[in-house]
Design a protein around this ligand. Sequence first.
Ligand SMILES: [Zn+2]
Length: 283
Amino acid sequence: MCAKQARHPKPTKDQATLENFFQVEPEHVIEDPAEPQVPQTKDDLDLETIGERLLERYFSKRIRARGVTIVFYPYKTLKSTVRKRGEIIHIRISDILEDAPPEIILALCSVLCAKIVGEHIPRQENLAYRHYVLSENIQSRVHTVRATRGSKVVVGPVGDVYDLRDSFKRVREQYFDETMQMPTLTWSKKRNVSQWGHYDPDHDTIVVSRIFDHPKVPEYVLDYIVYHELLHIVHPIEMHGARKSVHTKGFKQAEKDFLQFKEANTFLRELSRQRHKYTRNRS
Ligand SMILES: [Zn+2]
């Protein structure tokens, strides 16, 4: 739950780190339905050979280098980086792709190298890579890696004023049936004023901003936040064509079932209006 739902921070432009570039949203499946043609290589490509080819293709003209090294690295996401240190180009590829066909590794490295030398991104290779990483196999590995390597800071449910487990129990009793399992509940480590609550399905964790652990915050406001986040479990994200719907129709309908829906929203709107003043007084 965000104070400003519409605010999306711009990704920082780091020519060498292409994390954002390669974190392909599922809508690309819809945009590129055709299987792209990758030039198939007859010989067995090892990393060394790939490096040599890249060196010849990208680093023999304007930007020169003596060698290209490629290593797999245990990133938390499907991330790849390229850096030039001295005369050597260092490429690090997420180890999620360790078993990828060499053509795909070459395609990815070509895109990375094109970026670093400022050439046009090779379209076919870019598409081939994207197509490959959207496969079910890779996506499920990304999911597992995120869940196991993720570094969620878990503070715990017990605050100075409120215990999130009590809030969960109240909400479950009122709005859900007993079969609803308690997710991991935790207060946020920092006093987050822009994101009030958050449900992370990979870790089955609800994080509630610490700003609500305060005697001036009515219990029903906290319960409303917890209720909102629990609704994310019951009403998962829906895809409408290429559009992602986080708060679906059903979600919004169910949200209104909250008994103090109006009061809670009035409180939150006021909080949002005064958030700077509020946080200054609280710290
Ligand atoms: Zn939400």
